[in-house]
Design a protein around this ligand. Structure first.
Ligand SMILES: N[C@@H](CCC(=O)N[C@@H](CS)C(=O)NCC(=O)O)C(=O)O
Length: 252
């Protein structure tokens, strides 16, 4: 029995969703409404005490950490391999996944929490929000929620995240201009990982990420968006403002 606890097809939740879809592995989908703090409720904390999404449960064993889950899924199940055979390409895939997770995702997340998550919940009852923040197990997540809700991300930290995103766009464009997929000649977990983050770059930074300035990124995003697995994955979106964003990748 395979259960995936996830939010929207986006960022960390979307990574194992897309890997499972690419492999053709059926799973029971357990949607957690992040904006309703479902991830901090006792039922889910019994699965992942850190209160972060996603989590995979396979035959009763819990797997956390989205990128590590993707690797587990690829190794544990039948279906097309999403890990290159060539050692250099395998290294490159892992290099990029580390960079996506540790560099680009952190900055994109701060900006996303500032412009989307915070404004989506801010108008709720202040006492309810205060109690919701207090229930968050991890200090880092308490701080992020608090800054998002009370709109207290500093100008400097937002500017630094924007700088990193824009710098990252240049790096990604150079890499994708040199090869078809992020690791080399074949689609891999690195592309599934990167897409979950990078599909929003042309929307977040349209003046530096667009058809004219970053044609390789745009072509890569469109190629991934056209894959049947990506279509299937995004069909699970429930928040229209998030799920529909990806449609700008339709070729006209
Ligand atoms: N390193 C973890 C990070 C997981 C994580 O922080 N996920 C976000 C959603 S993208 C989350 O659960 N946020 C909920 C919260 O902060 O309350 C992973 O890759 O799985």
């Amino acid at each position: 029995m395979l259960k995936l606890y996830h939010w929207e097809p986006n960022a960390n939740s979307g990574k194992p969703m897309l890997a499972l879809m690419e492999k053709g592995v059926a799973f029971e989908s357990h949607y957690l409404d992040l904006l309703n703090f479902d991830q901090h409720k006792p039922d889910y904390l019994a699965i992942n005490p850190l209160g972060t999404i996603p989590a995979l449960v396979h035959d009763g064993k819990v797997f956390t950490e989205s990128t590590a889950i993707m690797e587990y899924v690829d190794a544990a199940f039948e279906g097309p391999s999403l890990t290159p055979v060539d050692p250099i390409e395998r290294w490159r895939m892992r290099w990029w996944m580390k960079w996506f997770d540790q560099y680009l995702a952190k900055s994109a997340s701060m900006l996303g929490w500032s412009v989307f998550v915070g404004p989506s919940v801010r108008a709720r009852d202040p006492e309810e929000l205060k109690a919701a923040i207090e229930r968050i197990p991890m200090k880092e997540r308490r701080v992020a929620w608090s800054k998002a809700i009370y709109n207290t991300f500093s100008k400097e930290e937002l500017a630094e995240s924007t700088r990193r995103l824009r710098d990252g766009i240049g790096k990604l464009e150079a890499a994708l201009g040199a090869r078809a997929w992020i690791a080399g000649a074949t689609y891999s977990l690195g592309d599934a990982n990167g897409f979950n983050l990078a599909y929003a770059l042309p929307l977040a930074q349209p003046d530096v990420c667009n058809d004219e300035k970053t044609p390789a990124i745009m072509e890569w995003l469109r190629k991934i968006y056209e894959r049947p697995a990506t279509r299937k994955c995004w069909a699970l979106a429930r928040v229209p403002r998030m799920g529909e964003r990806v449609k700008f990748l339709e070729r006209t």
